[in-house]
Design a protein around this ligand. Structure first.
Ligand SMILES: NC(=O)c1ccc[n+]([C@@H]2O[C@H](COP(=O)([O-])OP(=O)(O)OC[C@H]3O[C@@H](n4cnc5c(N)ncnc54)[C@H](O)[C@@H]3O)[C@@H](O)[C@H]2O)c1
Length: 405
């Protein structure tokens, strides 16, 4: 019989269900422990995933799981962003492979705390940058790194988030406060900052950003709660917002126990609903990124356009194909993307990555702690730039740690 790897899942909210559903299908994995202070969420995760619960131990906090589960082979950490660093470092110190959700943490100090531990223990850790595994970004990356458009010059990328995602970001329990989420840029677009770093294959050297809240502003004409509102039929955010089935995040909504009944305009929050970020890279490439909530329909979601000295590549994340223009040939090539069935367009590679790390002690995924660190640095620098209306310069020490100037 194949060895069963014993896995714990810390934080049993919306994101954990993706892992749990896959683990339920893996012969080689047995989820032996879960931890969450919210029993309702743990129950829902178990129900949605059909995990085998015969030998499952449940805890109300990650610390208890960490103390009592002394024989784990791997853990998933999918707690809110501000609660990533403590469990991550605790398990790194025990040399247990970790699938840690993005973003790495919410501050430079906490990110360095993880990075120090990863380096000291040569840890096996993957950060939840699932976009890298999607056919869309993987194909673009392969074309760029294969030289099809020559040296990369500029990138224009955006994330025009749907009503469902906008609702989660602007009225989710911990997402709507920068103290707990790190801000909208970090919560939503740590993915995109990682993609820019990966595609440019260089380090960010300076950042300019503007942003704020223009859509979900307090409105004295509206009540505090949807139940008291007359705009039931004309508000996209009435109670539970409409979901773009392609967004693949409807499941997350089931985990928003509170908040969905509060008016998205009047609910207390401090996060942005729009932000533009401009990044200069160490190799001279320039990337522009735009995040805007409250978007739907054609060309919403994620768009990406890379310009090189020999041509261009562009596409929308929901399209089945991307396009490549060759300057010399003066011709557009349509490149069909491989089909995948995952509702989250490729995210499901992360449970496999955890399995690979458990099986092979020498395996290290490319979405590592340093990728998480650089993505975080970009998000934090962007918010600093927007907040202080100035350009932020990155200074790297010999070990790759960043200070801002
Ligand atoms: N990679 C992706 O595509 C992706 C998608 C969604 C979310 N995420 C990330 O996953 C993480 C979780 O997001 P979510 O949508 O599941 O949020 P969520 O709020 O639905 O779930 C978080 C869970 O953590 C639990 N928790 C809080 N304190 C805890 C503690 N001390 N010990 C154990 N559990 C605790 C909460 O009770 C909650 O059930 C976030 O970091 C988020 O950014 C990543």
């Amino acid at each position: 019989m194949k060895k069963k790897f014993k896995v714990g899942i810390i934080g049993n909210g919306g994101r954990s269900t993706t892992y749990a559903r896959d683990f339920a299908l893996f012969d080689e994995i047995q989820v032996v422990a879960i931890a969450d202070p919210c029993t309702e969420n743990s129950d829902r995760m178990l129900q949605v995933s059909h995990l085998d619960t015969s030998a499952l131990r449940r805890y109300s906090d990650w610390r208890e799981l960490h103390e009592k589960e002394t024989d784990l082979d791997g853990v998933v950490i999918s707690t809110p962003n501000y609660l990533h660093h403590e469990p991550a470092v605790a398990f790194i110190r025990r040399n247990i492979p970790i699938a840690l959700e993005k973003p790495l943490t919410t501050s430079m100090g906490d990110s360095e705390y993880i990075l120090d531990a990863v380096r000291e223990h040569n840890a096996r850790l993957i950060v939840g940058f699932v976009l890298r595994s999607t056919p869309f970004y993987r194909t673009i990356y392969d074309l760029i790194s294969g030289g099809r458009i020559g040296r990369l010059v500029t990138v224009q990328a955006d994330e025009l988030a749907s009503y469902g995602v906008s609702s989660i970001l602007s009225r989710g329990l911990w997402r709507r406060f920068s103290r707990t989420s790190g801000g909208t840029m970090m919560e939503k677009s740590s993915h995109d900052m990682d993609i820019l770093n990966w595609m440019t294959n260089a380090r960010p050297v300076s950042v300019n950003s503007y942003g704020g809240r223009l859509v979900f502003r307090p409105n004295p004409m509206l009540p505090e709660r949807c139940a008291d509102c007359k705009l039931k039929d004309s508000c996209n955010y009435y109670s539970n917002p409409r979901f773009d089935p392609k967004a693949g995040d409807a499941i997350l909504h089931k985990f928003l126990r509170e908040g969905s009944g509060e008016c998205i305009y009047n609910v207390d929050k401090d996060v942005f609903d729009n932000q533009g970020v401009s990044v200069l890279y160490s190799n001279g490439a320039v990337a522009n990124f735009m995040l805007s909530l409250n978007c739907s329909g054609e060309r919403s979601g994620r768009n990406f356009h890379a310009v090189g000295v020999r041509g261009r590549i562009w596409g929308n994340f929901s399209d089945p194909e991307i396009r490549l223009y060759d300057n010399l040939a003066n011709r557009v090539e349509v490149i069909k993307l491989p089909k995948i069935s995952s509702p989250h367009k490729g995210v499901d590679s992360h449970p496999y990555e955890l399995l690979k790390m458990m099986k092979d002690a020498s395996y290290r995924p490319e979405q590592d702690a340093y990728a998480g660190y650089l993505s975080n640095a970009l998000c934090i620098a962007a918010d600093l730039s927007a907040g202080e209306a100035r350009q932020i310069h990155f200074r790297y020490d010999a070990n790759g740690y960043v200070t801002f100037a």
